[in-house]
Unconditional design. Sequence first.
Length: 310
Amino acid sequence: MTVCGKKILAGLLGLILTCLAGVAPAQQARDFSKIELETRRVSDGLYLLAGAGGNPGGIITVSAGADGVLLVDSQFAPMHQKIRDAVAKISPQPIRFLINTHLHGDHTEGNELMAKAGVLIIAHDNVRKRLMSQRSSPAANSRTPTLAQEALPAVTYSDSITFHFNGEEIYIVHPDPAHTDGDSVIHFRRANVIHVGDLPSSLRYPTFETGNGGSVHGMIAAAERILKMAGPDTKILSSHEPPVATVKDLQEQRDMLIVVRDRVLSGIRAGKTLEQVLASKPTAEFDGRREVGRTPVQFVTELYDDLSRK
């Protein structure tokens, strides 16, 4: 098989895996009535809600104070009332703002109900663009469902934006395309807390969706940028386990990404097929605790597809 043929095969395998990842949630009958949200205090006036979403759950960050309530991510639509009930136990103030970390359904599906309740939605420019495109596309899936007009972010930004809210300086910045091309990092500077969505920090094998503008190089660059923003005691809130990560966790995830990327890239440059790269077990020393929701085969195949294109 020619090198070109190998790259095409790798791309097809990567596409198949991406599609399977997209439809998997729909195939798993999730009973939202049995999901209970857990509220954790992160800092003064700052909380997280966990219980639904990724593995085990995409979190919502809650900033509550005299100015009202600001949320990061809206989760799934069936969780909307449970989210509102949990927020009401934290603060009697209204929910005023919602920030989407990126476009995926477990972070945006609740947007419409939030908007109808008067909540202003903020996200990166590319989140709105992709959600608008998704609305007119027949390829909508459970990972990025078709959303109503009301669910689209009403306020968007390109590079960064700062909120002064509840006595907090909330700095929202867009890294280079990483998990997607519309990622937002939200830094609560006074509280020394950074919400990173699906960017590197959890201990699972991460995803970077090339179909939505993501790349492994961008994931590594995003990790580096977050590390520059963080201090030794910064709490990092992630959509996956652990929901409250440390700078050390982020450093380990970045280091893992660099090591495995370089091994896969070396194999590609040597003319190895995907099967040969997989057989070399480039993730061997990292397997085990990172196999939560994603297998090494899925992760390496996604890397091979991404790096082959470049």
